[in-house]
Design a protein. Structure first.
Length: 367
């Protein structure tokens, strides 16, 4: 089993921008030092709360100061970009990282970005799928390019000067292209089914209850079966919010604070998604009312917390409920208590994951 760090990132919008950028870099550098396998960073353009516009640009600053951690975009919102731009940007980053890269993509997830890029009323899932196809065709071919789609065209033929090297588009370091993954939030996610059909990796969001996470894998398997593919659980990443402390009491005291960052995190997501009538994402029972989505209830449902022993027990129960998966992604929160969050990352890596990996291996062998 692998261990990763997933950051939207999500921060108090009143904090200075340089402070959160430094914190996010520090978190990834700590993950590298602790042996985390992956670091995922999201993309949002019109939001001070989720303030990284270009995850590739941000992660490029970390390539020279890391050795082993694999970077992932979580995610590149493909309807917001021309496929040729993504093909070039990703190919360049893949070379900079010498292949330490996973291309996470999605249809977009922020309403203000939909408005900004005029994708509100478009079929973003279809745009995402077409963009991937075009990007892969670019990487598989040489000029002249004559790629025509429903949403975009890629044409380079009249202005080629091949003797000068003008015309060819960059190909990535990993051949034929970097591994691809998508994220899933909604129960029985259609995106998860598409990932199964295409053989892509799958990331289940940390704000999805565990019983709904299982529906992601079921949808993935349905897609894989329809396409004649074998669904490989090693390609499944499950993100969870985890606060690991020396004692159970320490975690309980922290999460009881009105200002704790996990509480603020879930209040923000609840209020944001309520605007779009998408609160079903948070509910383990569809009959649950929105009024029941209080911060204490969401922390209880969504955050795995306590001593290493309690956190391990909760994660073992998760594996027993949904089956084994390839990578556990710990979701980064605003470091309102930097020492606590740093220690949590360390305890997870050193005291929880080795034992969880043993349980995961046993479950894998049993299946």
């Amino acid at each position: 089993m692998k261990l990763g760090l997933f950051m939207m990132p999500l921060h108090d919008p009143n904090r200075p921008y340089m402070a959160v950028l430094r914190e996010d870099r520090a978190a990834i550098l700590l993950a590298e030092a602790l042996g985390y396998d992956e670091a995922w960073v999201g993309e949002h353009y019109s939001c001070k709360t989720e303030p990284i516009a270009s995850p590739l640009q941000f992660m490029a600053t970390l390539v020279p100061v890391t050795q082993r951690i694999v970077f992932g975009t979580g995610v590149l919102n493909l309807p917001q970009h021309h496929p040729a731009q993504i093909a070039g940007d990703v190919a360049q980053f893949d070379h900079l990282a010498e292949g330490r890269f996973i291309m996470g993509v999605g249809p977009g997830g922020l309403g203000s970005d939909f408005e900004l890029f005029e994708t509100f009323d478009k079929d973003r899932s279809a745009m995402m799928a077409e963009s991937v196809d075009i990007i892969h065709r670019i990487w598989r071919s040489d000029p002249p390019y004559r790629i025509h789609g429903t949403f975009w065209n890629v044409v380079v033929e009249q202005q080629m000067q091949l003797h000068l090297g003008i015309g060819p588009m960059l190909k990535p370091y990993q051949q034929p292209f970097p591994p691809l993954a998508v994220s899933a939030m909604s129960p029985k996610s259609s995106t998860a089914r598409l990932a199964g059909e295409r053989g892509w990796g799958l990331i289940s969001a940390n704000f999805t209850p565990s019983n709904q996470v299982l529906t992601h894998w079921q949808a993935y398997c349905e897609g894989a079966e329809a396409a004649g593919r074998r669904a490989d659980r090693a390609n499944w990443r499950v993100a969870r919010s985890i606060v690991c402390t020396e004692t159970d009491a320490e975690a309980e005291e922290y999460l009881a604070r009105d200002t704790c960052s996990p509480g603020w995190y879930y209040a923000y997501l609840r209020d944001n998604l309520r605007t779009y009538k998408m609160t079903k994402i948070f509910k383990p029972d569809p009959q649950m009312s929105d009024d029941e989505l209080t911060v204490p209830n969401m922390l209880r449902m969504m955050v795995i917390s306590g001593s290493p022993r309690r956190v391990l027990d909760r994660l073992v129960a998760l594996v027993d409920e949904i089956g084994w998966f390839g990578t556990l992604l710990v979701t980064h929160k605003d470091w309102d208590d930097a020492a606590l969050h740093r220690r949590s990352m360390r305890l997870i890596a050193e005291q929880v994951v080795p034992r969880l990996s043993q349980h995961m291996t046993a479950r894998q062998a049993a299946e």
